[in-house]
Design a protein around this ligand. Structure first.
Ligand SMILES: *[C@@H]1O[C@H](CO)[C@@H](O)[C@H](O)[C@H]1NC(C)=O
Ligand SMILES: *[C@@H]1O[C@H](CO)[C@@H](O)[C@H](O)[C@H]1NC(C)=O
Ligand SMILES: *[C@@H]1O[C@H](CO)[C@@H](O)[C@H](O)[C@H]1NC(C)=O
Ligand SMILES: *[C@@H]1O[C@H](CO)[C@@H](O)[C@H](O)[C@H]1NC(C)=O
Ligand SMILES: *[C@@H]1O[C@H](CO)[C@@H](O)[C@H](O)[C@H]1NC(C)=O
Ligand SMILES: *[C@@H]1O[C@H](CO)[C@@H](O)[C@H](O)[C@H]1NC(C)=O
Length: 529
């Protein structure tokens, strides 16, 4: 192999030396445009700068590496620059070269030579851009949107994607590259008009643009948080209905709501709203059935929880009790009345002072409705809150049955006597202590064991001391500001103006202890009846 190669080289050298007397050609020079429009004629110049006299040279234009297809040719006499015209096709793009050789190859044994390559870019103007979407124009949030821009003709194209007339840029959830545009996790914000603009340019001067027609994409919100609730409606004197509301917080309309019971579909409706109302007949006091709402806007069905429908009418007795907050100096600063009916699923509470209806909020009170369980009347204590209180309960859907509580009278004196109980406890603590010391003194006199006796007794009674005395003494030192006291700051000011408890010494409070007990007697409470 090696030997044969050497032979070939030697032969070549030998031949060259034999033809060294023969004329030779210089490398031709190729020049021309670097860009050309498709199907338009262009001219390339090729010249053979120097070649032997009288030899006609053939200049041929080829694509580098492809001699099968002649792009153009000319013959030239020495020194001539020849123009080679050419009509550009798509395949012409790439490196071109010019080959020079003697026209009569059989006469002149001269090796052909080629120019250095010249790059030609072929521009085909863009035409007919069009958006191709795989899948539906209506999708649900979270799904992937895939759009492609298709052109019928054109190369070296840049693509611009527009959303509602504005250019789209790359984002973490989207992919914009060339003719592709993808959004991986769509939201309803991605709804709107999409257009692609395909552009290419010839020599940076002539710009070709093709706009696709707009495609309207709708990204629908999924339904979330379907809730079910019901109100009761009195149809006539005997018939009652449950008005069942199915409600969603999110979801694109139209939505088909349906109401199901444990056996079947009760009703369905398709609406543009976020809620639907269904009417179900009920019998008071009877458990009707369990109900569930379902909602669907095309993709998947969302279910509410199961809800029992049972309407229990109000029944007595209606109880009213109270508790209070003590401020500094053991004065009552606020009082809470609680009203509660024995049974009833849909209740309406009303409060009265001196038989006058109290509204939601007044200068010295505030009603906290926790229907159907209870209603709380918060009072700040003062002259304006003096009077007789009671509450009334009725069904929210029917006010023919009204049950009232017993009444309670409140005034300045009654209110001020309330903390006496607390004082009595302290007094009791003190008395107990004295008694203990006395007992142990006596034992000490008899058995001379005062110290251990007192210690044992104190240990025995420590829980009592702790609960009753220590906590109270703590209150006395730090004062007490209850949530009610804070809520009703305005009322408290009124109280401070009205009642100056610094006038009342401990003796006074102790003397009032009996009255306190009297106040809490239900029989004594209904003073206005
Ligand atoms: C080429 O050269 C040969 C002899 O050298 C001659 O016979 C022939 O006619 C020539 N052909 C042309 C086209 O000139
Ligand atoms: C193509 O879209 C571009 C960008 O929105 C706009 O400037 C241009 O006028 C449009 N051309 C046509 C023919 O609609
Ligand atoms: C109650 O409704 C039923 C039908 O739902 C009706 O037949 C009946 O007459 C109604 N009762 C009254 C008192 O209207
Ligand atoms: C609504 O109910 C009717 C029958 O009452 C049924 O034919 C229809 O398919 C239902 N529509 C939907 C969306 O469930
Ligand atoms: C309620 O009646 C009492 C007397 O019974 C009266 O002192 C008080 O001022 C009255 N309260 C209101 C707010 O009318
Ligand atoms: C019951 O309510 C109706 C309308 O809401 C009202 O006209 C009527 O006076 C009320 N009856 C009673 C006893 O409160």
């Amino acid at each position: 192999m090696f030997v044969s190669r050497i032979l070939v080289i030697l032969l070549g050298l030998c031949c060259q030396s034999t033809e060294s007397s023969q004329p030779f050609l210089d490398f031709p020079l190729l020049s021309g445009p670097s860009q050309a429009l498709l199907k338009k004629p262009v001219d390339f110049n090729c010249s053979a700068p120097r070649h032997p006299e009288n030899i006609v040279i053939q200049l041929q234009l080829f694509k580098v590496g492809d001699r099968s297809k002649l792009l153009g040719e000319q013959t030239s006499l020495p020194g001539e620059v020849r123009v080679i015209p050419m009509v550009v096709t798509k395949n012409n793009e790439g490196y071109l070269e010019c080959e020079a050789s003697p026209q009569n190859k059989s006469r002149y044994n001269i090796a052909s030579v080629v120019s250095s390559p010249h790059y030609l870019k072929v521009i085909e103007p863009v035409k007919d851009a069009e958006i191709i979407h795989s899948g539906s124009l209506e999708i649900f949030e979270g799904q992937t949107l895939k759009l492609d821009c298709k052109i019928s003709a054109g190369n070296h194209v840049t693509y611009l994607w527009m959303h509602n007339g504005r250019p789209i840029s790359q984002s973490p959830f989207s992919y914009v590259r060339d003719e592709h545009f993808w959004i991986f996790r769509t939201t309803s914000e991605h709804s709107g008009r999409y257009m692609c603009v395909a552009t290419n340019a010839f020599n940076n001067k002539q710009v070709f643009t093709s706009n696709s027609s707009e495609v309207v994409i709708t990204v629908k919100d999924l339904i979330s948080d379907l809730e079910i609730s019901f109100d009761v409606l009195k149809e006539d004197s005997q018939n009652y209905s449950a008005l069942v509301t199915c409600h969603i917080t999110r979801g694109s309309p139209p939505i088909t709501f349906s109401l199901h019971n444990t056996k079947e579909l009760v009703a369905n409706v398709t609406t543009g709203n976020r809620s639907a109302l269904f009417r179900v007949p009920v019998v008071l006091g009877q458990h009707t059935d369990w109900f569930q709402c379902q909602a669907n806007n095309g993709d998947q069905t969302t279910y509410s929880e199961w809800m029992p429908i049972k309407v229990v009418p109000v029944a007595g007795p209606v109880m009213m009790h109270f508790d209070y907050d003590i401020g500094e100096n053991y004065a009552i600063i606020g009082l809470r009345f609680y009203c509660k009916a024995a049974v009833g699923s849909h209740l309406q509470y009303r409060w009265f002072l001196n038989k006058t209806l109290l509204h939601q909020r007044g200068s010295f009170y505030y009603v906290e409705d926790q229907a159907p369980e209870q209603s709380i009347l918060l009072l700040s204590v003062g002259v304006s809150s003096t009077g007789t209180y009671h509450c009334q309960v009725s069904d929210s859907f029917d006010n023919t049955t009204t049950i009232r509580s017993a009444s309670r009278y409140l005034d300045k004196e009654v209110l001020n006597s309330l903390p006496v109980l607390v004082v009595a406890v302290v007094f009791g603590c003190f008395t107990t202590l004295i008694s203990l010391v006395s007992i142990c003194c006596c034992i000490g006199v008899v058995y001379s064991e005062f110290e251990s006796c007192f210690f044992n007794l104190v240990m025995l009674l420590l829980p009592f001391f702790h609960k009753q005395c220590i906590t109270f003494l703590g209150k006395r030192v730090y004062g007490e500001r209850s949530p009610l006291g804070l809520k009703m700051e305005r009322g408290k000011t009124a109280y401070e103006d009205d009642l100056d408890i610094s006038d009342y010494g401990e003796d006074y409070l102790v003397l009032q202890a009996a009255k306190e007990v009297e106040f809490d007697q239900p029989s004594q409470a209904s003073l206005d009846e």
